[in-house]
Every structure is written in structure tokens, then in C-alpha cells.
Design a protein around this ligand. Structure first.
Ligand SMILES: NC(=O)c1ccc[n+]([C@@H]2O[C@H](COP(=O)([O-])OP(=O)(O)OC[C@H]3O[C@@H](n4cnc5c(N)ncnc54)[C@H](OP(=O)(O)O)[C@@H]3O)[C@@H](O)[C@H]2O)c1
Length: 344
């Protein structure tokens, strides 16, 4: 396939483009800075907002996977929140307009996978029943009582992001919104790397009691689910990309500590977590909001997870993390071909 990945220079883009190239796809990454990527990956500059020479990359492409957006691992200041919103809305609109214009003059991509987030769902705990959310019965967030106001804004970003894709005039292009949970890969700077750093320092204990749920997906399953969705012409609309077994935060860290052979993990109160987030220039929403999201549509369509449970996923990721840091060459890559197995 010929696949274009706007915003493909980040953590998720890295995992995806390497796997797609490995399975023989022709991959072009769009980003705002000229960058040399792996052999076999073309790089084209765009500004993430306006049409330009990059639009021609979509003409005759089979698929677009738009990942662009300002990093959410930052302080949730008004300015950062606004940039998190505008970078996602502007880039999604630009992709939609580009597909519409090549659709009028050339051949529009058959499928558009648009990144979204599992954060769109409510923190059900604040409603007294920490139920799980699938696509059919899930509660969209934003009106939870007793949660910080700016949590509502994170949900608003997700809703507006999906609305920007839905509003695009692309009648010949199947559209899927990827409601992804935290993508766990051994890559430096990713969420798994950060959690591992905490666990190895002995700081990986329960945060604010640790009952809040964490939804996650192993990088391999993320890649396989994306490949599955590229091929399944019968699937459109929002799809949860999350492992079937979300876990309470305290259990997530206990399993991770076990995998790192670090039995001790200092717990943190909400106040200590706020201080920690301040020092690390990130935000506690990522740790404190309960995200209990399940992959109803993927499982309904016959997709099978290689890593449905966190214990095995954590053990595998720790082995790869250690492997990739030991300089004995990079960690084994998830192969995109394994998605074929799920369609049987
Ligand atoms: N990582 C996860 O676990 C996870 C889970 C759910 C959803 N997501 C979403 O998936 C997407 C990719 O995640 P990631 O972890 O790979 O993020 P990342 O490492 O922060 O990469 C984001 C990409 O977006 C581009 N970008 C950043 N700011 C931008 C702006 N203002 N305008 C246009 N493009 C901008 C960057 O490209 P250039 O700077 O090269 O242009 C970069 O390639 C993000 O939208 C993220 O919210 C990620």
C-alpha cells in the first residue's frame, strides 16, 4: 500500500512507519521540520494547517493515517491546551481538505485513519460506578461531577478532533477515528519508558490510592489493529484501540515493578503527584483520570490481541526495553504481517 502519515515523526509514528515499511508498504511522513527518517521512508514538509505541495502526496495514495498534534505530555496551561486543540483541529481539517481536493482532480485515498484518544470517555468513577466503556455503550466525558474543570477540555479536544474528521467532504474515503489508549512501546520518551523510569527508581507505587483504571495497548497490537482497520472496508467511525483488560493504576505499577524486579514502589498522594508533575513538566490528568476502555468493535470484528493482559505485556516490554538499551541492537520489532492472522 501507499500510505501517508501526517505527524508520523513521533513515538506512535515511529512504531507504525517501521512496521509498515517492514511489510513492504510505501510510507511518506509529513512533518513541519525537514528530517531524515529510516531508509524506505519518504519525508515531506507541511505546516500542519494549510494546503501546499504535500497535497499531491495523497493523490493515488491508498491510505492516510493522521497522527499530528501537539504533545499531551506537558503542563495543561491555557496556552498549551489551546495549542493541543488547534494543532489537532487544524491538521485534521487540512487533511480533509486535501483528500477532498485530490478526490475532485485525481484519486482520493480509500481509507483515512484519524488519531483520536480513549480520553474521550468519562471518568466513570466520579459517577460512582467505574464501569468500562466500549464504542456502543461508553459514556462520553465532559460532565463528570467533582473532577478538575480542565479535564473537560481534554474531552472537548477529542470530540472536536473527531468532529473535524466527520465534517470533511470525503465521500469516497472510509473514515475511522482511532480512540487509542496509551500505546506501550520500549521507545525512549514514550509513556512506558516514563513509567519504567519511575518503577526502577522505586517511585512506581499507587498514586492517589491507585484505584483509577488505566487503559493501555501493547505497541504490537496497536500496529496490528491499524493494519486490520486498513484492510476491513466494513469498519468506519470510532474504534477503541485498547487492550481488553484495563487495570487499576496500582496493579499496573505492581506488575511493572515485578517485571523490573523492583518490589518496592513508594505510593504518592494526589498532592505529591501534583508536585511530581510540576517537576516533570507534565500533568496529573494522565495519571489520575480513570480510563476503563474496552475494544468492543475490534473484538466483534474478529481481531485477536497478542497481549490482552498487562502482566504478559509488561514482561515482554521490559525484556525489549532492556534489550534495546543493552546496545545489543534494537529490540525486536512488531511485525505488521501478524495482523493477517487476526482476520482468519
Ligand atoms: N502515544 C500514545 O500513547 C497516544 C495515545 C493516544 C493518542 N495519541 C495521539 O497520537 C498522536 C501521535 O502520538 P505520539 O505519541 O507519537 O505523539 P508525539 O510524539 O508528540 O508526536 C506528535 C506528532 O505531531 C506533530 N506535531 C506536534 N505538534 C504539532 C503542531 N502544533 N502542528 C502539527 N503537527 C504537530 C509532530 O510532528 P513534527 O513536529 O515533526 O511536525 C509529531 O510527529 C498524537 O496526536 C497523540 O495525541 C497518542
Amino acid at each position: 500500500m501507499k500510505i501517508v502519515i501526517p505527524g508520523g515523526t513521533g513515538q506512535v509514528g515511529g512504531v507504525l512507519r517501521r512496521a509498515l515499511v517492514a511489510r513492504g508498504d510505501e510510507v511518506t511522513v509529513l512533518s513541519r521540520r525537514p528530517e531524515r527518517l529510516e531508509p524506505g521512508v519518504r519525508h515531506v514538509v507541511w505546516d500542519g494547517r494549510t494546503p501546499g505541495a504535500w497535497v499531491a502526496e495523497l493523490d493515488g495514495a491508498d491510505a492516510v493515517i493522521n497522527l499530528a498534534g501537539r504533545s499531551v505530555s506537558c503542563r495543561y496551561t491555557d496556552a498549551n491546551l489551546r495549542q493541543m486543540m488547534s494543532s489537532r483541529i487544524d491538521s485534521t481539517r487540512a487533511v480533509g481538505e486535501a483528500i477532498a481536493s485530490v478526490g475532485r482532480t485525481g484519486r482520493a485515498p480509500r481509507v483515512w485513519l484519524q488519531m483520536s484518544t480513549a480520553t474521550i470517555y468519562a471518568d466513570a468513577r466520579s459517577r460512582g460506578d467505574d464501569r468500562s466503556h466500549d464504542e456502543a455503550t461508553g459514556i462520553i466525558g465532559g460532565e463528570e461531577p467533582g473532577v478538575p474543570l480542565y479535564w473537560e477540555y481534554s474531552v472537548r479536544i477529542a470530540r472536536r478532533w473527531e468532529q473535524a474528521q466527520a465534517a470533511a467532504d470525503t465521500p469516497h474515503t472510509r473514515r475511522v477515528a482511532l480512540r487509542a489508549a496509551m500505546v506501550m512501546t520500549p521507545d525512549k520518551g514514550g509513556v512506558f519508558d516514563y513509567l519504567s523510569w519511575m518503577a526502577r527508581l522505586g517511585l512506581g507505587g499507587a498514586v492517589a490510592g491507585g484505584e483509577q483504571y488505566v487503559s493501555w495497548i501493547h505497541g504490537d497490537d496497536f500496529v496490528r489493529a491499524v493494519c486490520f482497520l486498513l484492510e476491513r472496508d466494513d469498519l468506519g467511525g470510532p474504534v477503541n484501540l485498547a487492550a481488553p483488560e484495563p487495570v487499576p493504576q496500582r496493579d499496573l505499577m505492581r506488575s511493572l515493578r515485578r517485571a523490573w524486579k523492583r518490589p518496592v514502589g513508594l505510593p504518592a498522594t494526589r498532592f505529591m503527584a501534583e508536585i511530581g508533575a510540576l517537576v516533570l513538566r507534565t500533568d496529573t490528568e494522565l495519571l489520575l483520570k480513570s480510563r476503563r476502555v474496552t475494544p468492543g468493535r475490534l473484538i466483534g470484528a474478529g481481531f485477536r490481541f497478542d497481549y490482552p493482559a498487562w502482566d504478559a505485556a509488561a514482561a515482554d516490554l521490559v525484556a525489549r526495553h532492556a534489550h534495546s538499551r543493552s546496545g545489543s541492537g534494537s529490540s525486536p520489532r512488531p511485525s505488521a504481517t501478524s495482523s493477517a492472522r487476526s482476520t482468519r
